[in-house]
Write a protein that binds this ligand. Structure first.
Ligand SMILES: NC(=O)C[C@H](N)C(=O)O
Length: 567
């Protein structure tokens, strides 16, 4: 059995009975109905479709008191939610469908729509465990790519999907695509912008639409799928999953410069004047040039084409070379490709046009960007959108279940003892996803580090891409545990890394905050001013001196979490 097959329950703490997912409906075929003028989007998808289908509604009528959704303008409203029946992993997914005011065929979605999606995710980030975006398929790969750049330091799953046939048609791909997306979003910590379609989960910025009507509408020609659903289970390829590795909060950037970029496909006989006409467009700052094979374009008589491109580059226009082929990458192996490269055209390697265009629009809008900085950043992966060929591919031998348990137990001891060198040593010999793996009680290494003495070990795990959002079997986040252990610096570091209390923890946290308001204010319970926080902190440190025995209890807890004490 392969490692991924063994690991399909990885990151799932089955004793957490449900996860909460926000479904953002933008339109597309999935919600369409027939009309005299062809298929058009229809409203109230949750009630007219999902509520009537047993696979999307277990009939339990969850209470609406928790179901707050914040729209892109920041207005809060209550929406009813539904629950799926329990999955094979013994978990239900509770979800709410939030519909945009205007539902669109995705051929009309542009950067305004991308900004609305990003803003809605941002406004609801701490209220939900994951996000599913329903979208038409026509421009879905563009939206996936754009969002992958717009969502910075993303720590939760964002899965886009749609369908080729509407949910209300007798034979459709809509229910499987939505159910698969909900199950992945509600069970697996894959903190990337992904596209789920026809039983495959792809990194969104690697995808392209390859079929106008087949159910297998998308492919990711230069990157294998992150996960595949087969015979009722989802096998995740954890080695491929990207995770944020900096101590920063989740943030969004919504002002892409899509109005000053263009895309031009080279064809046999294209005249340099045509290319020049595009490059002379008023305000143009960037061009995606879709070239032949490994990045070749006709030089033109007397190198006229190359001269046109070189002079545009001198005027500050960034030109990116993307291959028209579905697979493979641009490299200057042939003379025409080398000529472009020498003229200053940037090799887009194996990026799709969708990724290159949206990345260019993102980079152009960054403050202080220059043509040089953009050219540099276009050639390096920011969100796994290209395969960097200088990157060493380093694979560890596949490890079995017992090896995994041994590594986790050894990590638990090393963390509890504050032995950073040992932790580093253990991680060097393990698969990179071990940072998010959990022991029998659902504790990841970050749960243990959040209550252990060494701040440096906690920081180390965060820099290795460990998630701050996973919950243990008791439903607790690392932030909750750090605040309960009164470890102020740990709480501050976790907060800086985007951690927040889960909605299910807030009631208990608020009770704890009555006794220790300072640390819980830092953890995010109760809005406090800095002055109030300082006062609370000094009061708590006085209390700490009075209760100095609390450390012994905390040490015992850490030992218990790490397993039985070593002889
Ligand atoms: N299958 C689809 O969703 C196609 C539709 N025209 C759209 O992109 O909205």
């Amino acid at each position: 059995m392969s490692q991924t097959a063994k690991m399909d329950t990885h990151h799932i703490s089955s004793s957490i009975p449900e996860s909460q997912v926000l479904i953002i409906m933008t339109g597309g075929t999935i919600c369409m109905q027939r009309s005299p003028s062809g298929f058009i989007p229809a409203r109230d998808f949750q009630q007219t479709c999902l509520a009537k289908m047993p696979i999307f509604n277990d009939g339990s009528r969850p209470s609406v008191s928790m179901d707050v959704v914040v729209n892109a303008a920041g207005e809060k409203r209550k929406y009813a939610s539904l629950r799926t029946p329990p999955s094979l992993y013994d978990r239900q997914v509770r979800y709410t469908v939030f519909e945009f005011e205007e539902l669109l065929d995705s051929s009309s979605i542009d950067s305004k729509g991308w900004a609305e999606i990003a803003q809605t995710i941002y406004n609801n980030y701490t209220l939900f465990d994951a996000f599913v975006v329903l979208h038409g398929t026509d421009s879905l790969a563009y939206t996936c790519s754009a969002l992958s750049f717009m969502l910075q330091n993303l720590g939760k799953p964002v899965i886009l999907t749609g369908s080729q046939a509407p949910m209300l048609e007798l034979q459709n791909d809509a229910s499987d695509n939505l159910l698969g997306s909900l199950v992945v979003a509600g069970h697996f910590m894959i903190p990337e912008v992904c596209l789920y379609f026809n039983y495959k989960l792809f990194r969104g910025n690697r995808t392209t639409k390859v079929a106008a009507s087949d159910f297998a509408a998308f492919d990711s020609p230069n990157a294998p799928p992150l996960a595949v659903t087969t015979s009722m289970r989802t096998q995740v390829n954890w080695d491929l999953v990207h995770r944020p590795t900096s101590i920063e909060n989740f943030s969004i950037r919504t002002n892409l410069d899509t109005t000053n970029v263009a895309c031009l496909r080279i064809f046999p006989g294209i005249k340099p004047e045509m290319v020049d006409a595009v490059l002379q467009l008023k305000g143009l700052r960037g061009l995606i040039l879709e070239t032949f094979g490994a990045g070749n374009a006709p030089g033109g008589r007397d190198n006229a084409m190359t001269n046109v491109l070189a002079s545009a580059i001198q005027r500050g226009i960034v030109i990116i070379n993307i291959t028209q082929c579905l697979t493979g990458h641009v490299s200057p192996v042939y003379a025409p490709g080398m000529t472009l490269f020498r003229a200053g055209v940037v090799a887009g390697q194996d990026m799709t046009t969708e990724a290159a265009l949206t990345k260019l629009a993102y980079l152009l809008a960054l403050p202080d960007s220059t043509p040089e900085s953009i050219a540099r950043d276009m050639a390096i992966p920011l969100r796994g959108e290209l395969t960097s060929h200088s990157q060493t591919v380093f694979r560890h031998p596949e490890g079995g279940l017992s090896e995994r348990t041994t590594t986790l137990t050894a990590l638990g001891y090393a963390i509890a003892k504050g032995d950073l060198e040992k932790v580093k040593d253990l991680l060097r010999g393990a698969n990179n996803w071990v940072v998010n793996d959990s022991d029998y009680s659902g504790n990841t290494p970050v749960h243990i580090a959040a209550q252990s003495p060494s701040l440096e070990i906690l920081r180390y795990f965060l820099l290795q891409g460990a998630s701050v959002h996973l919950r243990n079997s008791a439903g607790r986040t690392p932030l909750f545990l750090a605040a309960s252990a009164s470890l102020t610096d740990h709480v501050v570091l976790l907060r800086k890394s985007g951690a927040h209390l889960h909605a299910d923890e807030r009631a208990v946290a608020e009770m704890q905050a009555r006794r220790r308001p300072g640390i819980w204010a830092l953890a995010g319970v109760g809005a406090r001013t800095m002055k109030e926080r300082d006062e609370l902190d000094s009061r708590e440190s006085l209390e700490d001196n009075e209760h100095s025995s609390s450390n012994a209890g905390w040490n015992r807890n850490v030992q218990a979490m790490a397993g039985s004490a070593p002889a």
